[in-house]
Design a protein around this ligand. Structure first.
Ligand SMILES: [Mn+2]
Length: 231
């Protein structure tokens, strides 16, 4: 795969279905509108897109229909709230590999090759409510093309953080030779120090008010900007 200019949107933690009276799915159509406005090549969704796995079927169906309207590849990583359990949201969404909206881990895979974009995406889905180290032991990536990681977990910054679940350690960040690491689990936008590439939490659009626009240029490198969602 060869590297070409790419524009990716990165978001996480929409927590759709958190309230029975308001599933908040309007944020999905605004996301799709933004993807069209900025002519994004793809969308990365780094976990907790749904608040829980008992979300009603019509809400799930609407969300996936809306996402499909973006007209570009979308990669979803199941988080701790929307983990990949049997009868969970993603199993009930009936998403199959090869379609436009893809869920990492649904067929056991951790790596998705998006050949049209010259992009490999790696991520480890939460499969249950147990603890998980989202960035431990990454695979060998293809030598060519863009390498993007997607992870849902807690960046360990201080000794207190060692008691948290889903820990992302400094050494995991350093060991991952990725061009961009799309993180989820935190509600606020955060730039994470990493030596190998660029790592960011997008934050939840509900709290951060923005999503990340990741511009990947084979000559200029990676740049990240925050964009507000359109009305
Ligand atoms: Mn989470």
């Amino acid at each position: 795969m060869t590297r070409r200019n790419l524009r990716l949107l990165h978001t996480s933690d929409l927590h759709l279905g958190a309230r029975l009276d308001d599933p908040r799915t309007g944020v999905v159509s605004r996301l799709v509108k933004l993807a069209r406005e900025v002519e994004a090549d793809g969308l990365l969704m780094a976990g907790d897109i749904f608040d829980h796995n008992r979300v009603k079927q019509p809400i799930i169906d609407n969300v996936f229909e809306d996402l499909d309207r973006a007209g570009v590849p979308i990669v979803i990583l199941p988080g701790n709230h929307d983990c990949l359990i049997e009868d969970g949201v993603y199993v009930r969404a009936g998403v199959r590999a090869g379609e436009r909206v893809r869920v990492i881990g649904l067929e056991g895979e951790e790596t998705l090759a998006l050949h049209d974009l010259g992009l490999t995406v790696w991520g480890r889905a939460h499969r249950d409510h147990k603890d998980l180290l989202p960035l431990k032991d990454p695979p060998d990536f293809e030598p060519n093309g863009w390498r993007v990681g997607i992870a849902h977990g807690h960046w360990v910054k201080t000794p207190e953080d060692h008691s948290r679940s889903y820990r992302i350690y400094e050494e995991d960040l350093d060991a991952n030779a990725m061009d961009y690491l799309a993180l989820g689990h935190w509600d606020l936008f955060t730039e994470v120090r990493a030596t190998g590439g660029r790592a960011y939490y997008s934050g939840s659009p509900l709290y951060a008010g923005t999503v990340n626009l990741v511009e990947m240029d084979p000559i200029e490198g990676i740049s990240v900007r925050r964009l507000p969602l359109p009305d």
